[in-house]
Design a binder for this molecule. Structure first.
Ligand SMILES: Cc1ncc(COP(=O)(O)O)c(C=O)c1O
Length: 379
């Protein structure tokens, strides 16, 4: 799949035959990364960039690294994108020992490519790994793996304005284990897919449904980390809501059934008067990287922001509601349905969420000064 010069192709091919499989040696991987200025390869993959949704598109390469019991992660390698082989007794298959992350590479003007706060994903993976008794890669290895994966799949990074390359780092227990205990081996894997809008509504306001029957997490559980085990349990609530025409579900706390937690894959914000509020992170909701960036951006822009317990009644009385996440960016909410009542929110121009969105995207695309040093340019 590599479309560049014979010299680079030769190096990569001899590397592949040396290791007898589909892995690139470190030398070839470095050559691939460093080849860009000297050897131009196809700038864009041949796909319909105007109709990207949030589906999986197969890209060229993925990154893998392994860690044996009581050891650190070995140096990882780029290899062709493809299936992975697992023992039927792998910890991830039997006991759900798995974490995932989501970050994006954006193509700015003049072909520059940017990552947004990948170190924060690395730190969150480390915290999750501690909670799930897993070993984790260092922040440096994580960020380097994300950079390598983005660079190797550069032709899949959508043109400016068409979307982004969604990068999915995974940490999974791949060692075989029969009794309930931590896996003897872990695999860190990073793959990527070009994506457009997360919701089928595109950039139109979302219609959300408050579900007080299903709960995403409980105090003392693992709702605050990005464990794979948090996601299958919400599929039923999402499917039911989608079947009724809603975009997503808002979950409430499992004890009082009145405090807002978050949506299935994004954090919640409300605006009332000139104050922005968002549920505090108390271990049951994911501490989103977009959430904390938006809190900083809003405060920098002069808004008052409160992180606190937010009741569902307050949400229903808010002037404006929006959600944040890497996949959704910032999405305005058009309506929320709770207990048979549908509340409509103002949409269109003049929204606080639009103002914050412009600043966030401006920073992510290198157009607005990045005073917090959040952006990593890929070169
Ligand atoms: C449950 C949940 N909440 C919130 C978020 C938003 O987090 P971030 O802004 O880091 O993408 C995500 C996505 O990662 C998520 O899965």
């Amino acid at each position: 799949m590599i479309r560049n010069t014979p010299r680079l192709r030769g190096l990569i091919q001899s590397s592949l035959s040396k290791v007898g499989a589909r892995c690139l040696t470190a030398q070839a991987a470095t050559a691939l990364r460093e080849s860009e200025p000297m050897f131009r390869y196809e700038e864009y993959a041949d796909i319909d960039w105007n109709n990207l949704g949030f589906g999986l598109t197969r890209t060229d390469y993925m990154y893998t690294a392994k860690c044996k019991e009581n050891e650190s992660f070995q140096q990882g390698q780029l290899r062709d994108y493809g299936n992975v082989e697992l023992s039927p007794a792998a910890g991830v298959l039997n006991y759900g020992q798995g974490l995932f992350e989501g970050t994006k590479a954006y193509r700015g003007e003049n072909g520059r490519v940017f990552l947004f706060r990948p170190d924060q994903n690395a730190i969150r993976m480390q915290m999750g790994a501690e909670r799930m008794c897993m070993r984790s890669p260092s922040v440096q290895q994580f960020v380097d793996a994300v950079k390598q994966t983005a660079f190797a799949n550069k032709r899949w990074i959508p043109p400016p304005g068409k979307g982004s390359l969604y990068i999915r780092p995974l940490l999974i227990g791949t060692g075989p284990i029969l009794g309930l205990s931590p896996s003897p081996e872990y695999t860190f894997l990073v793959y990527a897919s070009p994506v457009g809008n997360y919701f089928k509504e595109g950039t139109a306001p979302l219609n959300l449904y408050v579900n007080d029957e299903f709960h995403r997490a409980t105090r003392g559980g693992a709702g605050g980390v990005k464990s794979i085990t948090n996601y299958a349990p919400v599929l039923q609530a999402i499917s039911k809501a989608k079947a009724q025409g809603f975009s997503d579900v808002i979950y409430l706390d499992s004890v009082h059934k009145k405090y807002v937690e978050e949506a299935s894959s994004c954090n919640m914000f409300l605006v009332k008067g000139n104050v922005i509020s968002t549920p505090a992170t108390v271990g049951t909701i994911l501490e989103g990287i977009t959430r904390k960036s938006i809190i900083d951006i809003a405060r920098d822009s002069g808004y008052k922001v409160e992180e606190r317990l937010v009741t569902v009644d307050e949400l229903m009385e808010a002037d404006e509601v929006f959600t944040t996440g890497t996949a959704v960016s910032i999405a305005a909410v058009g309506s929320i349905t709770y207990n048979g009542q549908r509340k409509e929110y103002k949409t269109g121009d003049g929204l606080v969420s639009k103002d914050l969105y412009k600043t966030l995207v401006g920073i992510q695309l290198g157009k607005i000064e990045d005073k917090h040093n959040w952006v990593v340019q890929l070169d």
